[in-house]
Design a protein around this ligand. Structure first.
Ligand code: AMP
Ligand code: MN
Ligand code: MN
Ligand code: MN
Length: 294
C-alpha cells in the first residue's frame, strides 16, 4: 500500500488540475491520495469522481493556514465537513486575506525595480479561490524575471524579502477545534519545516494534543532531515498520536516533491480512519465525507 496524504492541485497553488493530479497518482502507483489544497475544499467533488473512475483511493482533506506567535504553521484536516459555518467563514477570511494583498506585493516589487503587474499575477491563477505568493512567483517566471518558483521566493517572496506581505491566519488551537467540530482529523503539517520549527516544539505539540485533541503530526516530509524525522517519530510515539508521511506535491511548482516521495504507513492510515470515525460520531451536526477506498 502506498499512501500519500498531502497534495495540491490548481485549486490552490499546485499546477495540475484535480483530474490530472489523480491521473498522476494512478500512474505513480499510489493506492491512496489525499487532496489537501490550501484553505479550500473546492477540488473534492472532482477529485472523488476522478478517483472512482481510476480506482485510486481518495481522502478529501484541506491544509489550513495557521499562525502561532507570528510564525506560519499549517494544519491538515481530513474527512471534515467544510460547510460548517464557523470553519467556512474562517477559511473565507484566510483566502480573501491572501488574495487582497496581491496589489501591495506587486507595488513593493515595483518599488525595488521589478517589472510586474497585478494582471500578470491573475493570469497565473486559474481555477483557485485564493491567489498567493506562488502565483506571483509564476508570473515572475512567465515574464522572465526568474527561472523558477524557488528563485522567486529566495530573491523576492520568502519571509523577510521585499515582496513578502503577511496575511491573516488562524491560531492552531482554534483551527484544531474547527476541524474537530466539523467531524475531521487534525494533523500538523511539516511541524519542523521552513518556519514552523521555531514554534512547534515537543511541548507545543503536546499541548495541542492535550488541550485541543490534535490527532497526529506529519513526520516524513521533504522539509525534514533524517534526524528530524527520527525525533518527530519519537515525539508522536510518546504522545500516542499518528505519524504521517507525504509528498506535499505541487505539480511542477515544487521540485523534489514528486507524488509518493514519502508515504504513510498503512497501520498509521488505519489509525487515522479510526480517529475519523470517532471524531465524526462526536460531531453529529457535521456532514462528514467518506474516504473512497476501492
Ligand atoms: P502564501 O499563502 O500566499 O503566503 O503562499 C504560501 C505558499 O508558498 C506555501 O503554501 C508554499 O507552497 C509556498 N512557499 C512558501 N515559502 C516558499 C519557499 N521558500 N519556496 C517555495 N515555495 C514556498
Ligand atoms: Mn503551497
Ligand atoms: Mn504547508
Ligand atoms: Mn502543502
Amino acid at each position: 500500500m502506498r499512501i500519500d496524504l498531502h497534495t495540491h492541485s490548481n485549486r490552490s497553488d499546485g499546477t495540475d488540475p484535480v483530474d490530472v493530479l489523480i491521473g498522476h497518482a494512478q500512474q505513480s502507483g499510489l493506492d491512496v491520495i489525499a487532496l489537501t489544497d490550501h484553505d479550500t475544499a473546492d477540488g473534492w467533488a472532482e477529485g472523488r469522481i476522478a478517483a472512482e473512475r481510476l480506482r485510486v483511493g481518495f481522502v478529501p482533506g484541506i491544509e489550513i493556514s495557521c499562525k502561532l506567535n507570528g510564525i506560519s504553521v499549517h494544519l491538515l484536516g481530513y474527512l471534515l465537513d467544510p460547510s460548517r459555518p464557523e470553519l467556512a467563514e474562517e477559511l473565507r477570511v484566510v483566502r480573501d486575506g491572501r488574495t487582497d494583498r496581491i496589489p501591495s506585493i506587486v507595488a513593493r516589487l515595483n518599488s525595488i525595480g521589478v517589472q510586474l503587474t497585478v494582471d500578470e499575477v491573475l493570469a497565473q491563477a486559474t481555477g483557485t479561490p485564493s491567489i498567493g505568493r506562488p502565483h506571483v512567483a509564476d508570473a515572475l517566471v512567465a515574464n522572465g524575471t526568474v527561472a523558477n518558483r524557488s528563485e522567486a521566493f529566495d530573491r523576492f517572496l520568502a519571509d523577510g524579502r521585499a515582496g513578502h506581505v503577511p496575511h491573516y491566519a488562524i491560531e492552531p488551537g482554534r483551527a484544531i477545534d474547527l476541524v474537530r467540530a466539523a467531524g475531521g482529523v487534525p494533523v500538523i503539517a511539516h511541524p519542523w519545516g521552513r518556519s514552523s520549527y521555531k514554534v512547534m516544539t515537543a511541548d507545543t505539540v503536546g499541548r495541542l494534543v492535550e488541550d485541543y485533541g490534535l490527532a497526529g503530526i506529519e513526520v516524513d516530509h521533504q522539509d525534514h532531515s533524517p534526524e528530524s524525522r527520527t525525533a518527530l517519530r519519537a515525539i508522536a510515539q510518546d504522545l500516542g498520536i499518528i505519524s504521517t508521511g507525504s509528498s506535499d506535491h505541487h505539480g511542477a511548482g515544487k521540485i523534489n516533491h514528486d507524488l509518493g516521495v514519502n508515504s504513510t504507513e498503512p497501520e498509521q492510515f488505519e489509525r487515522l480512519l479510526d480517529v475519523a470515525k470517532a471524531n465524526a460520531a462526536a460531531a453529529p451536526d457535521a456532514r462528514v465525507p467518506e474516504a473512497y477506498l476501492p
